[in-house]
Ligand binder design. Structure first.
Ligand SMILES: Nc1nc2c(ncn2[C@@H]2O[C@H](COP(=O)(O)OP(=O)(O)OP(=O)(O)O)[C@@H](O)[C@H]2O)c(=O)[nH]1
Length: 464
């Protein structure tokens, strides 16, 4: 079964940018090779599209296929992963050299990206897929991470489309302006000011903005880069900022550990998207084969418990709640742990209250919950995740600061990146709070949450 939480972490990806060569795309000097890259990507995308459609064929309610542009290459790419052991029943695989497109063979970056890529997904999505510009973009992002066109699911394509759409506003404001500034040699004072303004407007925050500009400037003083490559270098800086907090955390993965009880405490101010996130996480857990339980420990507001129950029903996940009004959240956590242990659950999602008005109470409540966990489930793998509304920008960051002082946070779930949010807020979270972003939400639907990938995020933010 496909694990929707899984994301492999490659240590070299999160090393400082001081030695960035492995993260930057191999420079493309000849325009003709750039063009052939584009054609290869298009061929790859068409092959992926055909494969998705073929998988849909047995279904009776097959949506009309979108007309594909004329073929540019006859041979579909079928295999790029050489390490899979040979299956005696499967047809012999042809050599990698013959099947891997030229643009994939020449980039060392591919190997690094494979490490951080999502594993193969085989789950189908019901949304009819269309071959459009967004499909090609999504396919390109997957191809660049070393994926083969025959193992792409429409669910993954749809997720990337939503991510790209969500960051559309930020991207449109950034890319063209950045391109016109960064390709002109070392940054002069005006250029620095322009980039600074662009990044600050995108909610990147002063700290991350300063870091980005000084790192970029150092590189441009060393070497003259044309706009595309300067932009690639900029992307590597952003990925580095986003991945760096992972170096400090005990569990840099995103998947609940098998064989132990995982307890994820979700905290955040009202309206940040906590309950919705719990529902979406329960859904990911369900379809990844984890036995999950929800503890409705936000007992301050009766409606919050009811809301959690609705998500429990939608995702077929048991919800532990205490019917009394204003009951002790720690007692609900206690019951939740008992239920999780009795049912040998893998994951207990805890909805906690988030009342900023009183930091002392918040701290006391969370400390009490921690004590209960330590007493009753001392072997549990505990994560404390702050749910942060990305549309709040720097205001959200200030709230986050209070929580990080109170809650011993281990990560952030950034929600509402589909709204008026500006993508730079993710960089501010990583740089200012030094917390890894674990998941991102790009909509209200059950499928609109996935583990965070710095590569996909930066591409969605800076790739037209
Ligand atoms: N557009 C968008 N809306 C979201 C997202 N996540 C949550 N929401 C919406 O934000 C609103 C608040 O979400 P909740 O999950 O109720 O937030 P909460 O933090 O649990 O709030 P309380 O229940 O009041 O504590 C709801 O209307 C959600 O549908 C997202 O990623 N994108």
């Amino acid at each position: 079964m496909f694990n929707w939480f899984r994301r492999k972490i490659n240590k070299t990806e999160s090393e400082p940018v001081s030695e960035p060569t492995e993260q930057v795309t191999t420079p493309e000097t000849e325009p003709s090779s750039k063009q052939s890259d584009q054609e290869d990507y298009l061929t790859w995308a068409k092959t992926a599209y055909k494969n998705i459609q073929q998988r849909q064929t047995p279904s009776t309610s097959q949506p009309e296929a979108t007309e594909l542009p004329p073929e540019t290459t006859e041979q579909p790419v079928t295999e790029v992963e050489p390490e899979t052991p040979q299956n005696s029943q499967s047809p012999p695989k042809e050599t990698k050299k013959e099947e891997t497109p030229a643009w994939m063979q020449k980039s060392d970056r591919l190997e690094a990206l494979k490490e951080t890529a999502m594993e193969t997904a085989a789950v189908e999505d019901t949304t009819p897929i269309t071959f459009d510009e967004e499909f090609v973009w999504s396919a390109k992002v997957l191809a660049a991470q070393g994926r083969a066109p025959d193992d792409i699911s429409e669910e993954e394509i749809n997720w990337l489309k939503r991510l790209r759409q969500g960051l559309g506003k930020s991207r449109r404001g950034l890319v063209n302006q950045l391109k016109s500034i960064v390709g002109q040699g070392p940054l002069n004072e005006d250029a620095v000011m322009e980039i600074e303004a662009l990044l600050l407007q995108a909610d990147t925050g002063i700290e991350a903005t300063d870091y980005i500009i000084s790192t970029l400037q150092n590189k441009l003083l060393e070497e003259a880069l044309p706009p595309e490559q300067a932009l690639d270098y900029l992307k590597s800086i952003l990925r580095d900022i986003l991945d760096r907090p992972l170096q400090k955390v005990v569990n840099p993965g995103f998947a609940p550990e098998k064989g132990v009880l995982n307890i994820w405490l979700l905290t955040g101010v009202n309206g940040a998207g906590k309950t919705t996130t719990i529902g979406k996480l329960a859904h990911l857990a369900q379809k990844s084969g984890y036995n999950c339980i929800i503890a409705a420990a936000d007992t301050f507001r009766a409606a919050a418990v009811e809301q959690v129950k609705v998500w429990g029903e939608r995702t077929n996940t048991p919800v532990i709640a205490n019917p009394g009004k204003n009951t002790d959240p720690a007692a609900v956590v206690f019951d939740g742990i008992s239920a999780a242990q009795a049912r040998q659950a893998d994951l207990l999602l805890v909805d906690t209250a988030g009342r900023l008005q009183n930091k002392k109470n918040l701290m006391a409540e969370l400390a009490k919950i921690r004590r209960i966990i330590d007493k009753k489930a001392d072997k549990a793998q505990v994560e404390s995740l702050l749910v942060l509304d990305a549309t709040l920008g720097q205001n959200g960051l200030r709230q986050a600061q209070v929580f990080s002082e109170a809650a011993n946070l281990s990560g952030v779930v950034l929600t509402k990146l589909d709204g008026t949010a500006k993508g730079g807020v993710a960089l501010a979270v990583a740089q200012q709070l030094e917390l890894p972003i674990r998941f991102i939400g790009v909509g209200e639907g059950i499928e609109d949450l996935r583990p965070f990938s710095s590569y996909e995020f930066v591409e969605a933010l800076l790739n037209e």
